[in-house]
Design a binder for this molecule. Structure first.
Ligand SMILES: Cc1cc2nc3c(=O)[nH]c(=O)nc-3n(C[C@H](O)[C@H](O)[C@H](O)COP(=O)(O)O)c2cc1C
Length: 214
């Protein structure tokens, strides 16, 4: 049984600490036998194919579209949004790895959610935040928006994975950003593995429920 997980990186900087941190987590997903059935798709909000998405939204609100997943991409007139809709509909779960910008979420990250609605509903997700103090404010804001506004299912509600970025990386020059092989990243290994185990468990339970209903 293969499982596809999207990983959205909230950073909108080319030379980004989030990118380096995500490389470390990617290496865990690739080497841990337990996760061998997981396929991942990483989205960088300015660099991945089809991004950045426009800031201008379509005139009809996403909540008024058809809620049938197979019809959804055709409901959008902009090709970038059609493709974004298809991308999300192919995911069984999502991990967001995001820095905190000025006590909040990066604008392009919020924008990437606002274009769609039914594609996000019920999607289980884990939230990893980054900041000098773990990015607790962006954790709180995004949890509320994604669970409340978009009816997504947060996995690590009581077990926040918040990364305390050492100050030297915050003020570093471009070439001295996190690479992904730093020793301090290992402090987050167990929490990350538990987060992925919880995500897998939720995806499996959901599949079982869907089979029962058929
Ligand atoms: C525009 C901007 C605003 C920031 N605001 C905060 C903040 O509110 N709290 C915090 O702990 N760090 C803040 N930082 C520091 C970031 O946590 C740090 O630069 C991190 O590396 C940003 O992720 P990135 O390198 O992937 O873009 C901010 C950084 C930027 C670029």
């Amino acid at each position: 049984m293969s499982i596809k997980i999207g990983i959205i990186l909230g950073s909108t900087r080319k030379s980004s600490n989030t990118k380096g941190i995500s490389k470390y987590f990617e290496s865990i997903l690739k080497t841990n036998e337990e996760f061998k059935n997981i396929k991942i798709e990483i989205i960088h909000l300015t660099e991945s194919f089809g991004h950045p998405l426009p800031f201008e939204l379509e005139n009809e609100i996403p909540q008024s579209k058809s809620n049938l997943k197979e019809n959804l991409p055709n409901e959008y007139s902009n090709l970038l949004i059609k493709n974004w809709s298809k991308t999300i509909s192919n995911w069984n779960g999502l991990i967001i790895i995001t820095p905190q910008y000025n006590w909040g979420y990066p604008a392009l990250l919020k924008n990437s959610f606002d274009h769609l609605y039914y594609e996000w509903n019920n999607l289980p997700f884990g939230l990893i935040t980054i900041g000098g103090h773990g990015g607790s404010k962006v954790f709180k804001q995004l949890s509320e928006i994604l669970e409340g506004g978009l009816k997504m299912k947060l996995i690590n509600k009581d077990n926040n994975l918040q990364i305390n970025l050492p100050k030297k990386y915050i003020i570093s020059s471009e070439e001295d950003r996190v690479k992904g092989d730093e020793n301090w990243l290992k402090d987050y290994k167990q929490d990350f593995e538990e987060l992925i185990q919880d995500l897998l468990q939720t995806i499996k339970e959901r599949r079982n429920e869907e089979n029962v209903e058929l």
